[in-house]
Design a binder for this molecule. Sequence first.
Ligand code: C2E
Ligand code: MG
Ligand code: MG
Ligand code: MG
Length: 287
Amino acid sequence: RAKSAGGNRFEVADAEADARVITRNGLTTALPTALDRGEFFIEYQPLVHLGDGSVRGAEALVRWLHPQHGVLGPDRFIPLAEHTGLIVPLGRWVLEQSVRQARDWRERHAGPAAAPLRINVNLSPCQLTHPGLVQDTVDILEAAGVAPDALCLEVTESALIGADDDLLKPLRRLAEMGVDIALDDFGTGYSNLANLRRLPVSILKLDRSFTQSMQQFPADPVDLKIVEGIVSLAHSLDLAVTVEGVETAAQAEQLRILGCDTAQGWYYARPGPPERLHDLALADATP
Ligand code: C2E
Ligand code: MG
Ligand code: MG
Ligand code: MG
């Protein structure tokens, strides 16, 4: 043990590490049955068109209402769910709920001015390698009566770095069906830009770190150049650019000027219950 190395600092670090292990174990035992107990719920965060400010859809973000710990964010349990394999049924549940939700929005929000709302769902790397992914997705869309082009699956850039053809095959199949694939957290994974051509993606989601560097107005000229370069490369490859983590009007304005297409962030709305999205979209379609 570190304790035998001497010094109080080690003891403190040790106690903290122990506490983390206990918390993790507490979550690990409760996690496998949490899905059956109905403890997960989904919040939706609007995706807003930067050009006209209209709501175009939402990203589904899963939460766990833990009986002792209260609401836990995905960063607290998704890694555990991946580790234990629960991510496959959990991911399927999120997809099913989200697609049904999208159908509900589309039915209730069918005015002439309204663009049909779309739904973005995050995919973990474990789901990508699971053989049921394509068929499950087809079944879920069919059962809900939702067209594939209403769905966007988000995969992180890091999950696709160095991806071979076997890993890309299910994504290609889905893309051919009309499902959009977005590269999430783009710009953090050191991926080869030329590699983008090989991937069946149609949307880049620019990581929040870029948005943060747009805090000042005008922003750092080098950061501006980098974002400008990414946007122009993306557009030349026919990819749309979504920015995440927009918290201020200044950020939204700079990113709009730089040519980004869609934005998401607290400036527009925090993730919330599905009715909120309906209200926002409806308010926005009413002149
Ligand atoms: P992500 O896909 O990059 O989702 C965006 C995260 O940024 C969300 O965190 C969202 O709440 C947060 N966010 C949105 N706007 C702002 C903003 O203006 N400022 C700041 N500071 N943050 C903002 P959240 O909900 O904690 O989710 C974290 C990550 O967990 C997601 O990152 C995604 O990778 C993962 N995740 C969420 N739901 C699912 C799911 O159903 N399946 C899988 N596999 N992963 C999920
Ligand atoms: Mg995402
Ligand atoms: Mg993201
Ligand atoms: Mg992110």
